[in-house]
Design a protein around this ligand. Structure first.
Ligand code: PMP
Length: 394
């Protein structure tokens, strides 16, 4: 009998499951001595102290409800409402990371060949999951204030997609934040069609200097159903894998069943600790400290970038989130550039893998600023600039 993996009768969708460049790079980025601008890892020294929030109740060691802990759902409903989207606890589902919400949404909405609109560029692991379930991805070009609503309207009219996936606040990878006007008009456009909005909002609390309230687009919708995804990975601990979704009431029964089929429920002690933190007197002070720490790092990266990339690239200073997005003027930053920088101990994310569809520009790069010290930024960016010029000249 042949037991080789290639002879196994795998599902046809496995052919659509692409390896993730981020995972490959993160595998090497963790090695000692490597300067990594590649991942989206929050800074360990800025994570709030959660010792007071751990719940010793051993009842939490038992199986729990697929929807999530009652205390978690009500604390999260208040949190989402505080962030501008009024929801009831019954509209909240605890997730094992907001990534799980993308998986559940894809299972709910995507069949083989289903058209789905995403920003271009967009979050790699969302594209990966949509494509796994057979989506035919329709790229929507993203500008610094968001996408052009008229272009979205034309895509919706022409292709009648099942859903539209947007990351309006500190988008991954671009860092762009939709303007208040674009948010409102996009909601009006969506309400004229019947696509479900999936709004992904994991970076909202890493807001450094945006002055408008970053109103969730879901909050403006009057007619079409929506799924809003949030995360505690960027502000508390990614390793705890606690996120959430809120959704229109008519979608909730399906999402709860999909969650049950996926992993029964999110781990209860972590939900309890997060719920306690949300109600903790220190919460806002923790967030203020986190933002102050990220502001310093973002500014240090900006200074180092001006020195090493001033002649090579254009970029906007991100007003939140964890990334700089560089557009090289004449050079390329491809996989072979990455091989060259890796040989010199520096990793970054070439931008091309974030583009859905066949057009993949090779002149963009995503640089994380939250993990490196100012000295590492200096050294790492000097090496990056050097390699980019050398590889492009070769
Ligand atoms: N959405 C976006 C846009 C992200 O950048 C990330 C994390 N990199 C996630 C979702 C998933 O986050 P988590 O599962 O840790 O909540």
């Amino acid at each position: 009998m042949n037991h080789s993996p290639t002879a196994a009768r795998l599902a046809t969708r496995i052919e659509r499951l692409k390896p993730s460049l981020v995972r490959e790079i993160l595998a090497v980025a963790n090695k000692p001595g490597i300067i990594s601008f590649a991942g989206g890892l929050p800074a360990p020294d800025l994570m709030p102290d959660m010792r007071d929030c751990i719940d010793p109740d051993t009842a939490l060691d038992q199986y729990g409800a697929s929807e999530g802990e009652t205390a978690f759902r009500s604390a999260v409903a208040e949190w989402i409402t505080h962030n501008g989207l009024p929801v009831a606890p019954s509209q909240v589902l605890a997730l094992s990371g907001s990534q799980q919400g993308l998986d559940l949404a894809a299972k709910l909405l995507i069949d083989d060949g289903t058209p789905v609109v995403t920003e271009s560029p967009s979050y790699l692991a969302a594209l990966q999951v949509f494509e796994l379930f057979g989506a035919s991805v329709l790229p929507l070009a993203l500008g610094r204030d968001g996408p052009d609503p008229a272009t979205l309207d034309a895509l919706l009219r022409q292709h009648r997609p099942a859903c539209v996936y947007l990351i309006p606040s500190f988008q991954n990878p671009s860092g762009y934040c939709y303007s208040p006007e674009v948010r409102k008009v996009i909601a009006e456009v969506l309400d004229r069609h019947d696509a479900v909005l999936i709004e992904d909002d994991p970076y909202r609390s890493v807001s450094l200097d945006v002055t408008h309230p970053m109103q969730p687009i879901c909050s403006y919708l009057k007619r079409v159903p929506w799924i809003y995804l949030g995360s505690f990975s960027k502000i508390l601990r990614p390793g705890w894998r606690v996120g959430y979704l809120a959704a229109s009431p008519q979608l909730m029964p399906y999402l709860v069943r999909l969650k049950q089929a996926s992993d029964l429920h999110t781990q209860r002690p972590a939900q309890a600790a997060v719920a306690n933190w949300l109600r903790h007197a220190q919460r806002d002070a923790d967030l203020a400290r986190l933002r102050a720490g990220y502001r310093l790092r973002r500014d240090a990266m900006q200074t180092a970038l001006e020195r090493h990339f001033g002649d090579l690239a254009d970029w906007d200073v991100p007003q939140g989130g964890l990334f700089f997005w560089l557009r090289l003027r004449q050079h390329q930053a491809t996989r072979s550039t990455l091989d060259a920088t890796l040989a010199r101990g520096v990793v970054f994310m070439p931008g091309e893998s974030f583009y859905p569809g066949p057009m993949k520009p090779t002149n963009t790069m995503r640089l994380n600023y939250s993990l490196s010290t100012p000295a590492e930024m200096e050294r790492g960016l000097a090496i990056l600039a050097d390699c980019i010029a050398a590889v492009s000249a070769a």
